[in-house]
Design a protein around this ligand. Sequence first.
Ligand code: SF4
Length: 469
Amino acid sequence: MSQNPPNLRPDLAPQPVFNANPRSDQPTIGMVSLGCPKALVDSERILTRLRAEGYQISADYAGADAVVVNTCGFLDSAKAESLEAIGEALQENGKVIVTGCLGAEPDYITGVHPKVLAVTGPHQYEQVLDAVHGAVPPAPDPFVDLLPASGVKLTPRHFSYLKISEGCNHACKFCIIPDMRGKLASRPAHAVLREAEKLVQAGVKELLVISQDTSAYGLDRRYSTHDWKGEEIRSHITDLSRELGRLAPADDLWVRLHYVYPYPHVRDLIPLMADTSNAVLPYLDIPFQHAHPATLKRMARPAASAKVLDEIKAWRDICPDITLRSTFIVGYPGETEEEFQYLLDWMDEAQLDRVGCFQYENVAGARSNALPDHVPAELKQERWDRFMEKAQAISEAKLEAKVGTIQQVIVDDIDEDGIATCRTKADAPEIDGNLFIDEGTEGLSVGDLVTVEVDEAGEYDLWGGLTKA
Ligand code: SF4
């Protein structure tokens, strides 16, 4: 499951950044982007197109001529939140176009909100544009509607999500993504690289590669080859990562891979991560979800039988600095105390750097709902507490070991007191920890890549000082 982490849920998704100062005659579209980073990329693309056609984008329903709501439908709580956002937009504005994951279930939306102008599914950019044109005709002005090459971005300017494929060929029992987003559909490698190159040219310092199943990238295209700067490259995660890592010098760009499954060919990515001349970070976000073979089987997880601990050891042998992040589900139907204890013991061995954990929750339409022996809520909570205690202790020890080391960090924010919030290579935005620099930050800017010496560690975060040049 790619996008379960709670901090990727709608309430915690990165907030859009909008451009102010509309022309007086410029049609204005409000945009509400709910959901995970993948949905955010969809919103960015829609905005890019709308801006190119002369629309002004607003974060406010009231001043807009119409509102696009990009919905999330992954969990029941997210669906409810999406319906609420649509209702609010209808009340405040009246002209509402719905898109995104929940748009795959138009009757569900129109049953509650019959007055929406149009409902389109995920990545149906053209239909969204058609609906916007129908509601508010464009008024282009070629002199002022020039877009930056990278388009309009909803994330901070110095990092950007890069979606390489849609959908998923698996059928994990707790997940309805394949029903909502369809089978795996990969973008050709040269198209992804061209988009990434534009982002880097526009100042992006960190590319976050996302998809439902990053290691399966290109399988649907049979790893078709494409010309990229005079070289034949395959639409395969190894080729794509290598070329992304060459878009800029490694001390000027970070490329971070998310949602990678431990397929055997992932081992081919590790030498790239160990190669300090390539910008691919030594970081793997792998949603393991559980460790016990019987639980994984009941989940119908891909690569359930892989000898994951052996793989982890092999990765660390090649790249000792690799950071491993994962997510887990506790209290899955039928999970016994023995299975759960196995997971805890596995965690002791795996020593993952960063871990997220969720208590199992039924999702409408998921096959796991019908499994026997659902775990009572109190027991789920108890297991979650035990799991997090273990994960926290591991994380704390790993961070403590970083005290005294020199780390390259990226600056995400500098507050009015001059405290810089940064991240090391081991920290993805929104989901991992931070490194704070408390003083000497004059002259630093958001997006800078600088080196620090770590001088203090907490449970999840680090503190450090800039090294002298
Ligand atoms: S079916 Fe499985 S692999 Fe595919 S998106 Fe869902 S959880 Fe991830």
